[in-house]
Design a binder for this molecule. Structure first.
Ligand code: PLP
Length: 283
């Protein structure tokens, strides 16, 4: 069951207006929320980011936090996601439908759409790690907005896959930003480094959880830009995202990171993250 513009619709029965601006321009925003054991993790953070993204693209959301929370919970219930299930919730808001012009039409009504899919935690992958490829960051200069316009992300991920790697690590003129759909961290001498939360990266919910967990447990975190040479000398490298959690990167451009296996800081953070999931109040 999907929720589309005020109606509950079966899979395969959704009609998209050909002049919906999400469809024509990627003019809209979205969130992907983790569901552990049938309940949402970090929902408040996702809601806050959704409203921030809306504001940054000059879109007013006509729903309250309570209404969106209620909608998310209805999506979970109507899709029979129970306490035995891990899943992900996709929520998108397009600017709405109107005759096609580039500037923002007045009086346009946002169109909301949401669905839930079963999704297991990537347990085996998190033990083994992924391979990564450096790719030029060809995206725009407002990567802090979680916009539907993802062609840059699509292409950089495909460049990495074409080069035989599982994920791309993006750089702008040699400065590492993040990955195609996740934030990047490196470990050097037991300390964490990740790009500062500015306009060049998405302010990941998982990134912030990891920073907080690290600091609470005595691990120093530097939120500052670093270059390719620093990445190549890292002791450990990992990415973070809602669905990939804390994913070790075991090689970059074919060269092993450390000894080619997830290192001790990653293992510690994965452990802390698991405890956090199990002890957080899920909505
Ligand atoms: N960076 C980009 C470009 C992303 O698309 C995502 C998630 O989709 C992230 C980082 C990770 O964000 P989060 O931890 O909120 O899932």
């Amino acid at each position: 069951m999907l929720y589309v513009d005020g109606k509950w619709v079966e899979d395969g029965q959704v009609a998209v207006d050909p002049e919906d601006r999400g469809y024509n321009f990627g003019d809209g925003i979205y969130e992907v929320v983790r569901i552990y054991k049938g309940r949402m993790y970090q929902w408040d953070g996702h809601l806050t980011r959704l409203f921030r993204s809306a504001k940054e693209i000059k879109m007013e959301l006509p729903w309250s936090h309570e209404e969106l929370t209620d909608l998310a919970n209805q999506l979970i219930a109507k899709n029979n996601i129970t306490e035995n299930d891990d899943a992900s919730l996709y929520l998108q808001v397009s600017r709405g439908a109107s005759p096609r012009v580039h500037d923002i039409p007045s009086g346009i009504k946002p169109v909301i759409m949401g669905f839930v899919r079963s999704k297991d935690r990537p347990v085996a992958d998190m033990k083994k790690g992924w391979t990564a490829q450096l790719v030029e960051d060809i995206r725009w200069l407002r990567c802090d907005i979680k916009t539907l316009n993802l062609l840059g992300a699509v292409l950089v991920k495909q460049y990495a896959k074409d080069a035989g790697a599982q994920e791309s690590i993006l750089h702008r003129n040699g400065v590492i930003t993040e990955c195609s759909a996740s934030n990047l961290f490196v470990v050097k001498n037991g300390e964490l480094y990740t790009h500062q939360a500015d306009n060049l990266i998405l302010h990941g919910i998982t990134r912030q959880v990891v920073i907080d967990l690290a600091r609470d447990n005595g691990i120093t975190v530097h939120e500052e830009a670093f270059d390719i040479a620093f990445l190549q000398q890292a002791d450990e490298v990992f990415l973070t995202s809602t669905t990939a959690e804390i994913m070790p990167l075991i090689s970059v451009d074919g060269a092993a990171v450390g000894n080619g296996h997830p290192g001790p800081v990653i293992l510690k953070l994965q452990d802390l993250f698991e405890q956090h999931i199990n002890t957080s109040v899920l909505v």
